[in-house]
Design a protein around this ligand. Structure first.
Ligand code: C6P
Length: 415
């Protein structure tokens, strides 16, 4: 049983929050689990687990199809989940919320619909050097098909975007800007509101990859003014296999459909098909009903805690972590932007990050080691991989201390 104790800091009662996450109570290799791989996926609170059990035990049915009681209940719960997401993002209209499998599918949807309709030969799509493969490859596929080009905004050594270069790369050929809100490797929080303002003042729409942002800070798509915002349920304490594409209604309305099938149609004949209204025209087939319900439970749970308080708590914890890690002899932090969230990437002497991760695991400490699906960023940093500890609101200073102790073990093994 983990005996992690932490006084309430930043107005967050972390001990109480930890009690809500049953998986955190276990031991790994005989040591209390210290879970620091939250950028890969977060753990699930009991409220989310209960919502899934309740759905399958009491309500399971298909949505928008049946006339019977259970189908009505499932449909109500699914529709309510969409409204919960709308509120969470402060979108103007629940028709702007499309359920997808995750961030990856959300971005592919935009590339294959908005992108195919608006990007042509000689056009340009602006990305950044710190993008995840999910925000590179869909644009590369589109560009290759259309004869368009990717223009990449470089980063400075601390891991901050070069804003001068960003502005320089916005031209009359730019059709879309695609940028991550928070880097999964560097932790950099990009100034997305400024980027949106700069792009939209030139009439260029902006897609924000919010995969690493939504669990760590309040997000208001109306205030940001972005055109698309994508995130994954599993990185915000919800189930895997469910995610969200927010899209500005006028754009979604005008976009061609994505996948064809049941649920997305108005009327079908062998000659032609008309399509359903938003958001259903983008949700072909039986959706991940339980996933949407579980995601809504996660958002309700997080909202009750308060994202402002989560952000303040995690900021304190990240500073503590950066300070503690910088005391480890031979450890080099990667990503030292002024505005950072949740991620501590590092190298330890010349020990391979996979060896670091494996030895930490024997100490009960779960981190991720690898290229984190950011190979172009690794090339920019001149490394094949990093070791990465990533935080969530249930982590504590005591867990950071356990990470530092485990890193001493790594040093002893490789001494
Ligand atoms: N990053 C990580 O360990 P999906 O797989 O669709 O839920 O999320 C993709 C994705 C998109 N953008 C960013 C910024 C991300 O960090 C991720 C997922 C995980 O860093 C798995 S590689």
């Amino acid at each position: 049983m983990a005996t992690v104790v932490s006084a309430p800091r930043g107005g967050l009662n972390v001990n109480a929050i930890r009690q809500d996450f049953p998986i955190l109570r276990q031991q790994v290799h005989g040591k209390p689990l210290v879970y620091l791989d939250n950028a890969a996926t977060t753990q699930k609170p009991q409220a989310v687990i209960d919502s899934l059990v309740h759905y399958y035990a009491q309500e399971n049915s298909n949505v928008h199809r049946g006339v019977h009681e259970l189908s009505g209940r499932a449909t109500d719960a699914y529709d309510a989940a969409r409204e919960t997401v709308r509120r969470f993002l402060n979108a103007a209209d629940s028709r702007e919320i499309v359920f997808v499998r995750g961030t990856t599918e959300a971005i592919n949807l935009v590339a294959q619909t908005y992108g195919r309709a608006h990007v042509g030969r000689g056009d340009e799509i602006v990305l950044t050097e710190m993008e995840h493969h999910s925000n590179i490859v869909p644009w590369q596929i589109l560009s290759q098909e259309k004869g368009a080009q990717l223009r990449v905004v470089p980063i400075a050594d601390a891991g901050e975007l070069r804003l001068d270069e960003f502005e320089r790369l916005l031209t009359d050929r730019t059709r879309l800007v695609c940028v991550t809100h928070v880097s999964n490797v560097l932790g950099t929080v990009n100034p997305v509101a400024d980027l949106v303002r700069l792009a939209r003042s030139r009439g260029i729409p902006v897609l924000i990859d919010g995969a690493q942002a939504v669990a760590h800070m309040p997000v208001d798509v109306e205030a940001l003014g972005c055109d698309f915002y994508a995130f994954s349920g599993h990185k915000i304490f919800g189930p895997t296999g469910i995610g969200v594409l927010y899209g500005r209604k006028a754009l979604l309305d005008a976009m061609p459909v994505y996948q064809g099938g049941g649920g997305m149609i108005g009327r079908v004949t062998f000659d032609r098909t008309t399509y359903a209204e938003l958001p259903y025209k983008f949700e072909a087939g039986t959706p991940h009903i339980a996933g949407a319900i579980g995601l809504a439970a996660a958002l309700d749970y997080l909202t009750a805690i308060g994202l402002e308080r989560v952000a303040a708590y995690e900021h304190d914890l990240l500073e503590y972590g950066a300070q503690a890690l910088s005391q480890v002899p031979g450890l080099q932090l990667t990503g030292t932007a002024r505005s950072k969230a949740s991620v501590l990437s590092f190298a330890l002497h010349d020990v391979h990050p996979h060896d670091v991760g494996t030895i930490l695991d024997r100490e009960g400490v779960a981190i991720r080691a690898g290229h984190h699906c950011c190979q172009p960023l690794m090339a920019r940093l001149g490394v094949p991989a990093t070791a990465r500890a990533s935080l969530a609101m249930y982590n504590t200073r005591e867990e950071i201390d356990a990470l530092v102790r485990a890193l001493q073990t790594v040093r002893e093994v490789f001494a």
